[in-house]
Design a binder for this molecule. Sequence first.
Ligand code: ATP
Ligand code: MG
Length: 573
Amino acid sequence: MESKNNSVISGTNKDSQDNFVSLIVSKDVEDGKFGGRVQTRFPPEPNGYLHIGHVKSICLNFGIAADYKGYCSLRLDDTNPAKEESEFVESIIEDVNWLGFDWGDNFHCASDYFAELYKFAVQLIHSGKAYVDSLSAEDIRAYRGTLKEPGHDSPYRNRSVEENIDLFERMRRGEFKDGSHVLRAKIDMSSSNINLRDPVMYRILHVTHHRTGNEWCIYPMYDFAHGQCDSIEGVTHSICTLEFENNRPLYDWFLDELAVDHPRQIEFARLNLNYTVLSKRKLAALVEGGHVSGWDDPRMPTISGMRRRGYTPEALREFCERIGVAKRNTVVDFAFLEHTLRQHLNKTVHRAMGVLRPIRVVIVNYPEDQVEQIDAINNPEDSAMGTRKVPFSRVLYIERDDFLEDPPKKFYRLAPGREVRLRYAYYIKCESVIRNPETGEIEELRCTYDPDTRGGYAPDGRKVKATLHWVSAAHAVDAEVRLYDRLFTVEDPASVPTEDLDKILNPASLQTIHGCKLEPGIVDVDSGSRFQLERQGYFSLDIVDSSAEHLVLNRTVTLRDSWARIQKANNTK
Ligand code: ATP
Ligand code: MG
């Protein structure tokens, strides 16, 4: 398989049983750790839509659970009501489902545990391991120190247990303004791990939560909630990305101090894709800045954007399988994602003919009112997909750029006096060109056909150098077609600050073509069709903007496989 040869995606392992996470889990199962149970979770924060990076985490968490006959839950880490919305919750549920994963009854939210988390906090105050601090956010930051310098203790650090309990209860009752107090863990202000310098556990936020409403005005920090939620649910393997490696000692500290069960935390490298940003903050900035039409814009690397663009869940899962799971950060080539998608579409979707920029062709020696039904193959990769009938008649459309009046040397398609094949149909020859008398623009090509070449082959063995796709004008279905290119002009947009993203946007990332002509019968408005338009790429019906009266197609991906070309060049070196 091509992917093995490229360092951009090293760490690739086709067999998920072999990835390092799986090896750890398998050893735990063998050793009878957690009673041989495997329970994982996918824990998104509902502050944006899921993206292709999340797909990697979803496939890993659900995949490991399935491999070891355990289960994976979907847990929303909804601890920050200021940034979270039900719209995001709904999209997360829809997207994980669409990818093909099932959490059964195991849907949870951190907010389900707010009462328990509060009790845990009180427990830590009682054991002298947490205190209410009344420094400002700014001072807390200043007291924290730096990587080189230790922090120092807050003047409120030695409040008595009674005073802490009293203040914390009053925080919970809503007696204080946002930012006036926080609850902090009492660990070590001089720890070399900054996460352990008395991290904040609770802050006051007089904000309505999308699930708990106004029941709470203090909310736990992610770092305080996360490990305890895992423990409450009985998660055995808490799989997360590398940046949480330094938080692990903190999660362990909380669980140890609370004397509750620990999951094993395993960190893996997040997915990075070139030409793509995978930070929810940056994706949100694109949406809020109006640079894309929404989270589901087909140029977005979100699951909903990719779904709308025409990606299949199978291709996304296969992509994650192929890139594998490793400890080392790498950047995956976007072309590899498209290559994987193309391979799946190539095997599974119907071929059809569609003309994006039509020019009329009149076959002057073809009977005026005759219509023939021509056999066409649905998928040359899979004969079981059968054939279909395509209507052929006297007036057709072909692609405007398949004709040149004055062709250069290597142009083999249609030109005056030249013969070409119409796919599955006949040889035609261009006899004359009709121009608009006012604009001089070519309006129509007059051609003749050879009735003996039906099926696209000449009995006398005469050859043509080009085969063109076509659509019968009287039968054509109109559509708007949207062609896409990369959203960013630079290879590493992730390194560009959010406020400068508009400077690196590709102005040609969306090209809209109106008046395209499709072969009849290929689009089903209700089911959201996908197909290959011969010579033009893979397309899918836009599920948002299409209606029975107005079809909109998205080009999912072109036919040209730059990944396969790079691989071929590498292999022949
Ligand atoms: P962002 O930093 O963009 O907000 P996040 O990591 O905070 O993303 P979460 O909603 O917290 O987003 O992510 C849920 C899970 O998905 C986490 O376990 C996280 O590690 C994982 N995840 C997020 N991005 C990636 C990625 N690019 N590759 C692999 N896993 C990812
Ligand atoms: Mg996060």
